[in-house]
Design a protein. Structure first.
Length: 493
């Protein structure tokens, strides 16, 4: 992580010296104009004319009366309802009551209750492979799939990914199922007409229409994924996991979240692009139990307005390189701290999250062709994307015993793991990978992705440090956690 500790200083030097290149006023203006023209040319070629989709506005009143019914008939049979059932143990209202416990003992009876969450799903393969959101089925003991005609199947989980918020299910039938084809979601443009199909509020299959309101949305906050399609098609609770289709009846996205203060649709919905869905489904078809993102060996930050002005860019976009891991794919390909990535494989990189999306959909082992602004020159960089390093079991430690960390699975933070988990800035300590339900760690509020920084005043640099401290059983605990950049302190006796 030593390379990451100097990232801020290196970026500042690279931007102020390498990118800005102070020259005379006339030459500076000329350089900015030339750079603006080069960048505009690159972005203009992000989609070839042959790939362009011809779009026309309605030419007559009769054209405005056209119906979406043929598209719905084509796509709707592939959209299903998903019911995730789980048993939940409810706490007894008498728990902790001294009078009740005096007569009935310390064990206060609780009651188990079956809870059902409702969502939607899309069949993307005739063999019965279904895509839905991870948050729809998370923690489920049984997942059932129901069709609009009343047919019901019990499904099995093939793969789930919390970071992307996708889950892949499988049902079995005597005959092939109606499946939806993928559309190339990278060809979407703002203003394109879309239809959303799902089961809002459990009322039954429902179709709504809208347009693409925006592309490459990040910072939505529903998952770590940061490249959503934004639409004004009405999306409500129960639509999660449903289909967003184009005017060819093909899948362009999986409806995932809404922005709402009331719980209902306010015209701002978000969908995971079909190209990302396709990549996750292919991983499930290959027998993988998780989706592997390629390793590039570099970290990135957004471009500020000052950087954009210095480069002669009309707007701030792209991903600035803040750190490069020694010996990693990025260094081998020639990427340097301070370089600005503006496109990948001919497609615009709007921000670091967009770059992560482009890398994930490119795939492990493939070549990523980057367009990079380096020292005021535009150059091409070819990087072969490496597979993520598999952590050995002995690198992960499950804490046991009588302590606040019991039940937590921890590991050391190393550059590839930091990139995989998209940890921002300079991080040190050990990271929590998993917390068992009902464990002391869970009760004390410790969560996955928490970084343990210090325990009882001692700085933590490795998992062995944590093990050594908890084995000493000091009886008094004072620990500090880094959670998404915020320092949290807690004391336990």
């Amino acid at each position: 992580m030593r390379g990451y500790k100097l990232a801020g200083l290196l970026v500042l030097i690279a931007v102020s010296i390498g990118l800005m290149l102070p020259v005379s006023g006339a030459q500076d203006t000329s350089g900015k104009s030339r750079m603006r023209g080069v960048i505009s040319e690159i972005l203009g070629k992000s989609k070839s004319d042959g790939d362009a989709v011809k779009r026309i506005a309605p030419q007559s009143k009769a054209a405005l009366q056209y119906s979406y019914a043929p598209l719905v008939k084509l796509a709707a049979p592939a959209v299903v309802n998903v019911y995730a059932e789980r048993m939940v143990r409810q706490r007894s209202p008498f728990a902790g009551d001294p009078f009740f416990e005096r007569f009935f003992g310390q064990r206060t009876p609780g009651r188990s209750q079956r809870q059902t969450s409702l969502g939607s799903g899309v069949i993307v393969d005739p063999s019965g492979i279904i895509v839905t959101n991870n948050h729809v089925i998370d923690g489920a003991d049984e997942i059932k799939v129901a069709f609009a005609n009343g047919q019901e199947y019990t499904s099995r989980l093939l793969l789930k990914d919390e970071r992307v918020d996708l889950a892949i299910l499988k049902i079995d039938g005597d005959e092939p199922f109606a499946a939806m084809e993928y559309s190339d979601s990278d060809r979407l443009e703002v203003g394109d007409i879309l239809l959303a199909i799902g089961n809002p509020f459990g009322v039954g299959q429902t179709v709504t229409s809208g347009i693409v309101s925006a592309l490459a949305r990040n910072g939505v906050g529903v998952s770590d994924f940061g490249f959503f399609i934004q639409t004004d098609a009405a999306i409500n609770p129960g639509n999660s996991g449903g289909a967003l289709i184009d005017m060819n009846g093909k899948l362009v996205g999986i409806n995932t979240a809404i922005f709402s203060r009331s719980g209902g649709s306010n015209g701002i919905g978000f969908a995971i692009p079909a190209n990302m869905v396709r990549a996750v489904v292919e991983a499930a078809k290959n027998g993988d139990d998780k989706f592997s993102r390629p390793y590039i060996g570099a970290s990135f930050s957004p471009v500020t307005a000052d950087m954009a002005e210095a480069l002669g860019m009309e707007q701030a976009f792209g991903a600035i390189v803040t750190a490069v891991v020694s010996g990693g794919p990025a260094e081998k390909g020639g990427l340097r701290v301070g370089d600005l990535v503006i496109s990948l494989n001919g497609l615009t990189v709007q921000h670091p999250d967009a770059l992560g999306y482009r890398l994930a959909t490119t795939g492990v082992g493939k070549i990523a062709e980057l367009k990079v602004v380096s020292r005021s020159l535009v150059k091409s960089v070819s990087i072969r994307l490496a597979p993520p390093r598999q952590r050995r079991p002995d690198e992960e430690v499950r804490i046991t015993g009588r302590n606040p960390f019991a039940g937590a699975l921890i590991t050391n933070i190393e550059p590839q793991l930091a990139e995989e988990l998209r940890l921002r800035g300079d991080v040190s300590g050990v990271i929590v990978l998993d917390v068992q339900r009902g464990s002391p760690a869970s009760r004390y509020g410790i969560r996955p992705r928490d970084i343990v920084v210090a325990i009882n005043g001692e700085a933590i640099s490795s998992a062995s440090d944590v093990v050594s401290i908890v084995e000493g059983d000091p009886g008094f605990w004072r620990f500090e956690i880094n959670r998404n950049g915020r320092r949290l302190r807690q004391m336990v006796r």
